[in-house]
Design a protein around this ligand. Structure first.
Ligand code: HEM
Length: 463
């Protein structure tokens, strides 16, 4: 095996390494690495070597080797404090797959139909709160809608109405337990709050599990389905696992979706030509409706919106790095990655590599249009939702949710961005920085116009 390690990038100080620049602006450090060293390079944080792999071929390796040469559990120690040692990616492989099998059927395309109504209802509630005109800031406005949709979909309407606010506040404190730098035993205020919120959330969820057992909901919703779930050998799943799974889904889905849908709206509002394409599609699918007739079929028919969401995932992947630890020494293109070193995959850089994408910095959703000859859909090139066995369990849910929130906003409002859109500073989830305000005014919707457009498109299709 070669003794050469991945080429290090310039800069960094003896003890801290690249800690400060990375935590100030991680994507710039990663881009600098790609420009100066290519698809494989390394940098250092507090003596720990971070090996970065870029491009579809390395992405494939990273996904295929997770849980083999690469360990996901050792790369996320904070997960242990937020959940428990025998839970999900921390459990042994057999147990992880058993737990994963409890949630996966609830996110298959066929199961998605039951959530569409909730997504529309919560998006229309936002329109009610916004009224006919004003300004809103993207993240503080869309974040709570994402939380409303999660609480309503996973715990039911009654829970959401009675406890939504308290749940949201506790949840924010719980999420503060995502600590990447400091040792986890340090009783920092953030950690203490996170652990206290965790205990309260478990107590609330246990109360609702017991309530539902005493009075089951028929037909069952998501929560009822979880409570009644059984392992393949017929054993009921323990209450503690139900509580962890609910918290995992809300945690994994909240910050990511809030950030991605905010980027998506900002991208649309900055690209007037494509906004027109989306508005035409919406008129065709929904006519002059405010969004309340939006159902599964209409959502599936919004194919241009799908392309727009993929383009935002490419340009602004909120999960801008994925992390693993090498379980053994690994040879890669003549270099060695040492056992115990971190291995990072960077969608934020891979998604803009000129080797893979034509005009990578240009917003062009049509690049994903499979009907076009020049479509750019090489496998493992778009990885905003990860890949392999750990690929995002909620990808269908998130895509549907973002589609519906955007459709309802576009159907109801003319909108313009008031601030320049910049990514948030720091190494957390890659959100648009605040403020990122949108000015909005109610649109005059015209169902006649929608009907006329539908007819003309039908005639064109017949010709
Ligand atoms: C735009 C929104 C979202 C993005 C960009 C996103 C991104 C990701 C990524 C990149 C991973 C893989 C992490 C890795 O390999 O290290 C992941 C995993 C996961 N996501 Fe998402 N996610 C989103 C929304 C959601 C939602 C809404 C849910 C649940 C309802 C969810 C549940 C999960 C779960 C449970 C995993 C762990 C999968 C496993 O290890 O088996 N995500 N997500």
């Amino acid at each position: 095996m070669s003794t050469a390690t991945l080429p290090p990038i310039d800069g960094g100080t003896p003890v801290l390494g690249h800690l400060l620049p990375f935590f100030r602006d991680p994507v710039s450090v990663l881009r600098q690495g790609y420009q100066s060293r290519g698809k494989l390079f390394s940098f250092n944080i507090l003596g720990r070597t971070m090996n970065v792999m870029l491009g579809p071929e390395h992405n494939r390796f990273f996904f295929e080797e997770t849980d083999k040469l690469l360990s996901i559990r050792e790369s996320m120690p904070f997960f242990l404090k937020m959940f428990s040692p025998d839970f999900y990616s921390f459990a042994e492989m057999d147990e992880y797959l058993r737990q994963r099998a409890v949630i996966m059927p609830r996110f298959k395309a066929a199961a998605m139909k039951q959530y569409v109504g909730v997504m529309v209802e919560e998006s229309l509630n936002l329109v009610n709160r916004l009224g006919s005109e004003g300004e809103f800031d993207l993240i503080p406005t869309l974040g709570p809608v994402v939380m409303d949709i999660a609480a309503h979909s996973f715990m039911g309407k009654e829970f959401h109405e009675k406890l939504g606010h308290e749940f949201f506040e506790l949840f924010r404190e719980f999420s503060g337990g995502m600590e990447f730098v400091l040792p986890l035993w340090l009783p920092t205020p953030k950690m203490v709050k996170s652990q206290r919120a965790k205990r309260k959330l478990h107590a609330i969820l246990q109360g609702w599990i017991e309530k539902r057992r005493a009075a089951p909901l028929d037909p069952p919703d998501f929560f009822q389905g979880m409570i009644e779930s059984k392992y393949p050998d017929g054993r009921p799943i323990p209450d503690e696992l139900i509580r962890h799974l609910i918290l995992l889904l809300v945690w994994a889905g909240h910050e990511t979706t809030a950030g991605q849908v905010s980027w998506a709206l900002a991208d649309i509002l900055q690209n007037a030509d494509y906004e027109t394409v989306l508005r035409d599609e919406l008129r065709l699918v929904l006519g002059g409706d405010d969004g309340s007739s939006l159902g599964w079929e209409q959502a599936v028919a919004m194919q241009k919106m799908d392309l727009a969401l993929r383009e935002t995932e490419r340009l602004h992947p909120v999960a801008f790095i994925l992390s693993r630890k090498a379980s053994t020494d690994i040879e890669r293109e003549g270099y060695t990655i040492r056992k115990g070193d971190f291995v990072l995959l960077a969608p934020s850089v891979t998604h803009r590599m000129t080797e893979t994408w034509i005009e990578p910095d240009r917003y062009n959703p049509e690049r994903f249009n499979a009907e076009r000859e020049d479509a750019q859909i090489e496998s493992n090139s778009l990885v905003g939702f990860g890949g392999g066995v750990h690929r995002c369990a909620g990808v269908n849910f998130a895509r549907m949710e973002m589609k519906i929130i955007l459709a309802v906003l576009l159907q109801n409002y003319e909108m313009e961005l008031l601030d320049e859109v910049r990514p948030i500073a720091g190494a957390g989830t890659y959100w648009p920085a605040q403020p990122c305000r949108v000015r909005y005014r109610k649109r005059a919707r015209n169902s006649e116009a929608g009907r006329a457009l539908r007819n003309s498109q039908r005639q064109r299709a017949v010709r």
